[in-house]
Design a protein. Structure first.
Length: 79
């Protein structure tokens, strides 16, 4: 019942993690070459991605609990 919504949230997490992976070079370069700082745009996108991942993971956990309760109810009805 909740699987599609859960899967959509996992897809969004995957997209945010992909952004983090694609921009890791900027964070690492900043450490190696302090005169080449990470752009504010990349920094903001990385911060947003981490925040959104945390929100989505929390929402997934809530949906998974609802899914378990739903399945338990269905099992009880079938008995």
């Amino acid at each position: 019942m909740y699987k599609e919504e859960i899967n959509n949230k996992y897809q969004k997490i995957h997209e945010y993690r992909s952004l983090l992976n694609r921009t890791d070079y900027a964070a690492l370069r900043q450490d190696d070459e302090p005169y080449k700082p990470m752009s504010e745009e990349i920094k903001a996108a990385r911060i947003n991605a981490r925040e959104q991942i945390n929100i989505l993971e929390s929402e997934i956990a809530d949906l998974e609990l609802l899914e378990q309760e739903y399945l338990k109810t269905i099992d009880e009805i079938e008995l």
